[in-house]
Design a protein around this ligand. Structure first.
Ligand code: MN
Length: 490
């Protein structure tokens, strides 16, 4: 791809500005913005976004000013660079946003509102984070962990919310490797083993299905889908580590021409194999919240293997992989127009939260009052984000209780809970945590886990840990996995 004169000019400007700066990898700094540029190009983003990607670190880290950028590249690029810069300020204590958002202590909400003006800011930030994750090995271990954890808890779910499937998978797996290296390797080996054992029967299934589809004159592409390490990790946690309850370890993806062919293909598969009860999902008629569409079914093959099928059209596939970035690509012209009007009307209805975010951000900037409690920025429908007193973000399912939080920090903390302070106030262990709460767990060495706590826990993770702690202590001591790690300070 040859660069346009404008892009070339941006590269020259960034090179000059970052001259003499180096990354932790030892390379000249410019390598990073150029990598971000390449990622944005792969996502099919528009020229302004690409230029802003090239310049995204200049205002914060070099002599260049926003005014310089505005003069060279116009308002739109300057606006995007400013957004990315504000976003990192937002993450560093939200100084800037404080001036117009004193009403809430919810850092996450602030972050979202900082983004609200133009979702392309978030896309640049995601590209920036992806490259930083790809080169994370150069950082000291404590920084690695911090960035990796934040990526797992905030950025990968955001990518998911924007239906950027490919990005979500890459980010989550890159980050998980740093958050829990041992578990990562373990699960990676497990997936490889499963794939190997399923190889032969999968090849046969592919052949059988292919034959049947050809007979019905359906155009198709079929390929194996490799399960990501992190999503397996999460599923195992949900199913009490029982691998036999994970039905999508081996999956085949079939891409066909249109929706009718999707349903025909589903019928053909069900005529060949026995579908499993309750495992047929029609995300075409009822798309997921992020706009994802596909038919899913899990079947038992003739040699008794469990295989999941995902059936979708090319457009659906494209959207599942690239999500919001794909809609930008297809709607670039219209989008630019609508941005000028301050609206993104053509977005899939399930992405309308973006519009709501924009409206709110605009109102706040104009100094109008907004009742933040009423905001339904449904970014993570089933999740809340709460904070440790040190400001670490912890994500929990809605309805989570203080003990869920405590066990999430560390089982050593969970086992010794004597009380909890929520937003600085003593609270009891039945109090549901709310979005943005600052939660401080009080512990005592003398406390022991109680059976009655089982009623004050909603996450499987905490339940598993508590049940483990409640087991007679004699079996505990020689378990190799019971190695004691230092509890994290909270
Ligand atoms: Mn950067």
């Amino acid at each position: 791809m040859t660069d346009s004169p404008k892009v070339e000019k941006a590269i020259a400007m960034a090179k000059k500005a970052h001259d003499g700066q180096f990354r932790k990898t030892g390379e000249p700094y410019i390598v990073h913005p150029l990598a971000v540029k390449k990622i944005l190009e792969e996502w099919g983003m528009d020229e302004d976004t690409i230029i802003a990607g090239i310049l995204h670190d200049t205002v914060e880290d070099t002599e260049l000013t926003l005014e310089d950028i505005k003069q060279e590249f116009g308002d739109s690029v300057a606006f995007l660079v400013d957004g990315v810069t504000k976003l990192s300020t937002a993450r560093n204590g939200m100084r800037d946003i404080d001036t117009y958002l004193p009403a809430t202590r919810d850092n996450f909400l602030r972050l979202m509102i900082a983004l609200g003006d133009d979702i392309r800011v978030l896309i640049i930030k995601l590209a920036d984070r992806l490259h930083n994750l790809r080169t994370l090995s150069a950082l000291p271990p404590d920084k690695q962990k911090k960035i990796a954890k934040e990526s797992l808890e905030v950025f990968a779910p955001l990518a998911d919310r924007l239906n950027m499937g490919r990005l979500r998978v890459e980010m989550a797996d890159l980050a998980f490797k740093y958050v829990d290296p041992r578990r990562y390797e373990e699960l990676k080996a497990l997936i490889a083993k499963y794939n190997k054992s399923a190889e032969k029967s999968l090849a046969r299934v592919e052949e059988e299905v292919g034959k049947a589809l050809k007979k019905e004159k359906i155009n198709y592409e079929i390929s194996g889908r490799v399960k990501s390490v992190y999503s397996l990790h999460k599923k195992l946690a949900k199913h009490n580590q029982n691998i036999n309850e994970i039905y999508d370890l081996t999956a085949l993806r079939i891409i066909v021409d249109d929706i009718t062919d999707c349903y025909l293909t589903l019928g053909i598969i069900h005529s060949l194999y026995t579908p499993m009860n309750g495992r047929i999902k029609d995300y075409i008629a009822m798309p997921k919240q992020n706009g994802y569409q596909s038919l899913h079914t899990t079947v038992i093959t003739k040699d008794k293997k469990v295989v999941e099928f995902q059936i979708r059209t090319k457009e659906m596939h494209e959207y599942a992989e690239r999500g919001l970035a794909a809609s930008f690509y297809y709607n670039e012209q219209k989008l630019t127009e609508n941005y000028k009007k301050g609206k993104i009307e053509h977005l899939p209805t399930n992405l309308l939260w973006i519009t709501e975010l924009q409206t709110t951000a605009a109102r706040l900037r104009e100094g109008k009052k907004v009742d933040l409690k009423k905001l339904k920025i449904n970014l993570f429908a089933d999740k809340i984000f709460v904070y440790t007193p040190k400001g670490d973000i912890i994500d929990l399912p809605k309805g989570a209780l203080p003990l869920d939080f405590a066990y999430r920090l560390h089982s050593e903390i969970g086992d010794h809970v004597v009380g909890v302070k929520i937003n600085g106030k003593m609270s009891n262990l039945n109090t549901k945590l709310e979005q943005g709460d600052i939660v401080e767990i009080l512990t005592s060495k003398n406390q022991t886990p109680k059976r009655s706590w089982l009623d004050r826990i909603i996450t499987p993770h905490a339940r598993t840990k508590l049940l483990h702690a409640l087991r007679p202590s004699t079996i505990d001591d020689n378990q190799p996995h019971k190695k004691k790690r230092k509890p994290r300070k909270v």
